[in-house]
Design a protein around this ligand. Structure first.
Ligand code: SP5
Ligand code: ZN
Length: 353
């Protein structure tokens, strides 16, 4: 399996995230990727490549998933932040005012001139700092997703987009949950555009993949499945319930499998099997796996108890779908374990594939 790696990832390096009234050190740090790269060096799965994607192709792939006004915002966010106050050059961009949802009469159709207001319009939390290198890093990650999709369309059994920042919380026109561009959705859409008539996304991150769900919610050609911590108690809280089954032509093409905090491998694995059965019933021709390793027992912000050796079995189970598969890298904040856990999953997949 080839790994596509984003050489600009370290440009995205947040200082602090807001958590219950305090600024705390960021969990989503560049070292996460270094641990994966080190482990891939120790246990190579295949070539490590920098994605070769032309700017025009990348922009087109991003535009299939995200709105123009959102990507314009992301591309210029840092410059506008510094323009508000030159001292902002020392601070990460974080929002502090929000329009709520349109159910509360605030308007989302008018784009405020004030940058802090625009930030609140596009960000759903204050835990996702943006800085000078974020746009470059996020684009580099999206390029990995496009390259991985292309690899699979070319006949490869699998490909790994080693993306950072992560992507599955980012929606058509919003950021949050450390995510800016939805790499998994970009890969899934690239697979559709490359000729796959049915693509499944099976999200195994601890947190519900709300961005991916929202992007494909009204579509019948992309099935979205997510196994995650119950949003009644777990982030992102406002989406991810079992009764969200899709809408319009997409009705029946979204499946959420929420599990209580504290769930261990046996019950988690049973939910994964249910997800895999849905992928099979759908008749998918290709699979995208937003691969979060924050289901790990040692994860500092999550609540499942998977162990390092369990990830081999997770990879094996995913391979049993028998589909060309793109992996994107999502969460996993037990930094010194994330490399071993990620490579275990991928190695388990390769062994069984
Ligand atoms: C991609 C992904 O896994 N995003 C997860 C975003 C979770 N953001 C909220 C985390 C709450 C952090 N809690 C800090 C605890 C400090 N002791
Ligand atoms: Zn997560």
């Amino acid at each position: 399996m080839k790994t596509f790696h984003n050489p600009h990832q370290a440009l995205h390096q947040g200082q602090q995230e807001m958590f219950r009234g305090r600024l705390v050190p960021c969990h989503e740090v560049p070292a996460r990727l270094d641990f994966v790269l080190n482990e891939l060096q120790r246990r190579p799965l295949g070539a490590l490549e920098i994605p070769m994607v032309a700017d025009t192709e990348l922009e087109a792939a991003i535009a299939r998933v995200h709105t123009q006004r959102y990507t314009d915002f992301l591309a210029s966010a840092w410059d506008h932040w510094v323009a508000m106050d030159p001292a902002n050059a020392q601070r990460d961009v974080l929002p502090s005012v929000w329009p709520l949802s349109n159910q509360h009469a605030f308007r989302a159709d008018v784009l405020p001139t004030n940058f802090a207001a625009r930030l609140g319009l596009f960000a759903f939390d204050a835990g996702s700092p943006l800085m000078a290198g974020t746009w470059m890093a996020a684009r580099g990650g999206a390029a990995c997703a496009v390259a991985a999709a292309r690899e699979v369309l070319g006949g490869a059994r699998s490909a790994f987009a080693l993306t950072r920042p992560p992507g599955h919380h980012a929606g058509p026109d919003f950021l949050g949950g450390y995510c800016f561009l939805n790499n998994a959705a970009i890969a899934a859409q690239a697979l559709v555009d490359g000729g796959e008539s049915r693509v499944a996304v099976l999200d195994v991150d601890y947190h519900h993949g709300n961005g991916t769900q929202t992007i494909f919610y009204e579509r019948a050609d992309v099935l979205t499945v997510s196994v995650h911590g119950d949003p009644m108690t777990e982030y992102p809280f406002f989406l991810g319930h079992a009764d969200e089954r899709g809408a319009g032509p997409g009705t029946g093409f979204n499946l959420n499998l929420p599990l209580p905090r504290g769930t261990g491998f046996a019950a988690w694995r049973a939910a994964l099997d249910q997800g895999l059965q849905a992928v099979k019933d759908f008749g998918a021709g290709a699979l995208v796996v937003p691969m979060g390793l924050d289901t790990f027992e040692g994860d500092p912000i999550s609540g499942f108890t998977l162990k390092t050796e369990d990830y081999l079995a997770v990879g094996e189970a995913l391979a049993s779908a028998g589909l060309p598969t793109v992996f994107t890298f999502e969460g996993g904040y037990a930094v010194d374990a994330v490399g071993v856990n990620a490579v275990n999953l991928l190695e388990g997949f390769e062994r069984a594939a």
